[in-house]
Design a protein around this ligand. Structure first.
Ligand code: PEP
Length: 251
């Protein structure tokens, strides 16, 4: 069966000193949660400090983005080997990257294939905008993004993939999707695409997270759904709430 997975996306928050403080306090609660894969994704500048604090614990570390090229003249970018020095995971295709930094299905796919090449586990984000949701285009958009991101992923690597369904209208708005709506997208759109790509057995092993205004108070509603295997958490991952979310995933 699929081990529940909770990841905290810190976004552009926390200096090194603040990151150390957060992970030191939150780490105590997180370590006590068993049977759940727990991951924190601080900004690049804090990866080394957080990696040093997490060494020897069962809390994983992820980056928030990564370029696909090996090295070279790409000012401001971070290469896969640099991510791999610290991180087991990398968030790719987050809607904020798509919205503000011009990422497309094609460039997300290049990043996913680079992660595969370097053995970094990608947390691949998909999700429709409010406009697309209101136009009834959720299934079409999520299907297109999932197929686009995963083109060329090999069957051997596929089971380690983590997909995050994050409706853009629910991110940072305090207006989470209902558990039922998220389950529908996970079970009727994303999982079937994974079956198409990799077959039933492999698709059944891939974790699909929900993301969008998850809190300690609403997490259980998501985790009780058959095809929701955890959460990608933004705002609440900067607070003790993240421990409550991990506890809800364990329950
Ligand atoms: C996110 O940024 O991935 C996210 C889900 O944010 P929030 O939990 O704040 O909605």
């Amino acid at each position: 069966m699929r081990t529940p997975f909770v990841a905290g996306n810190w976004k552009m928050n926390k200096t090194v000193a603040e990151a150390r403080d957060l992970v030191s306090t939150m780490g105590v609660g997180l370590k006590a949660v068993k049977g759940v894969e727990k991951v924190v994704c601080p900004p690049f500048t804090s990866l080394l400090a957080v990696a040093n604090l997490l060494g020897g614990t069962d809390i994983g570390l992820g980056a928030q983005n990564m370029h696909w090229e090996e090295k070279g003249a790409f000012t401001g970018e971070i290469a896969p080997e640099m991510v791999k020095e610290f991180c087991k995971y990398v968030i790719l295709g987050h809607s904020e990257r798509r919205q503000y930094f011009g990422e497309t299905d094609e460039t997300v796919n290049k990043r996913v294939l680079a992660a595969q090449k370097h053995g970094i586990i990608p947390i691949v984000c998909v999700g429709e905008t409010l406009q697309e949701y209101e136009a009834g285009k959720t299934a079409e958009v999520v299907r297109r993004q999932t197929l686009g991101a995963l083109a060329g992923v090999e069957a051997g690597f596929a089971p380690s993939l983590v997909i995050a369904y994050e409706p853009v209208w629910a991110i940072g708005t305090g207006k989470a999707s209902s558990g039922e709506n998220a389950q529908h997208v996970h079970g009727q759109v994303i999982r079937p695409v994974l079956v198409e790509l990799f077959g039933q057995e492999t698709a059944g092993a891939i974790r699909i997270l929900y993301g969008g205004s998850v809190t300690g108070a609403n997490a259980a509603e998501f985790f009780s759904q058959t095809d929701i295997d955890g959460a990608l958490v933004g705002g609440a991952s900067l607070k003790d709430d993240f421990v409550l979310i991990a506890q809800a995933a364990a329950a």
